[in-house]
Design a protein around this ligand. Structure first.
Ligand code: ADE
Length: 225
């Protein structure tokens, strides 16, 4: 998979890809991340990428021309499965969306800033708009990092068997059951007996029951559909 990220603040986005699972995925060649600084596509001497709103109002708007130049140059090189705009008024990211996007070959992520982008960018270039939750960030970069993390860990070969995404919360619309490790007894706080029994069928049934109970308590909405 290839992900092209269009941003005015590439430095905000470096570190998530320089450690742990995401770095390993990149090192293994399972994903490549490419940053494009919008200012490099500005057409004037001031490297301007934003301007005042038509009709008045507080806040600057990201201009269409640099974004058009950047996206059009990328689209000339290859086909993209989705061209995504990170924005608080997009569809809210969930595991289903992450699963779907993890199957795409190439993605473009456009990070918004200021008041956002000229509406014509959204109308002409964007195929999908994603929010990471009902709160407003200073820009789309941290949202893009969250989206990339949720997608990349689902690409086959990124996680080992031990960390398989199949047992994650949400993967079957259930939250994950409680987990324990050694010691089995600590300050008289005991690990549930059944997990020490060695009976894998019973353990599996216990985990399913716990996952269901946990979901019913915390996120009954997940059980509705
Ligand atoms: N940009 C600003 N707020 C955002 C959010 N909640 N999700 C995605 N991108 C954003």
């Amino acid at each position: 998979m290839r992900i092209d990220i269009i941003t005015v603040l590439p430095e905000l986005l470096q570190s998530p890809f320089e450690a742990s699972i995401l770095k390993r995925a990149i090192d293994k060649g399972l994903v490549s991340i490419h940053f494009h600084n919008l200012r490099d596509y500005s057409t004037n001497n001031y490297k301007q990428i934003d301007d005042y709103q038509f009709g008045g109002g507080a806040g600057m708007v990201m201009m269409i021309e640099p974004i058009d130049k950047c996206i059009s140059a990328l689209k000339q090189e290859r086909e993209y499965g989705e061209i995504i705009y990170m924005t608080p008024d997009g569809e809210t990211l969930n595991q289903g969306i992450a699963n779907e996007l993890s199957l795409k070959e190439n993605l473009i992520l456009l990070c918004g800033h200021y008041k956002g982008v000229d509406q014509r960018v959204r109308d002409q270039f964007i195929t999908r708009e994603i929010s990471i939750g009902d709160y407003v960030l200073s820009g789309g970069e941290l949202g893009a990092a969250v989206l990339c993390d949720s997608i990349i860990r689902l690409i086959p070969g990124v996680l080992s068997n031990e960390t398989s995404a199949l047992t994650d919360s949400f993967q079957d619309n259930l939250l994950a059951p409680p987990i324990y490790t050694r010691p089995s007894s600590y300050k008289q706080w005991e690990v549930p007996e059944i997990l020490l029994s060695g009976d894998s069928a019973k353990i599996e049934a216990w985990r399913e029951e716990q996952a269901y109970k946990h979901t019913q308590q915390r996120r009954p909405d997940l059980l509705e559909d």
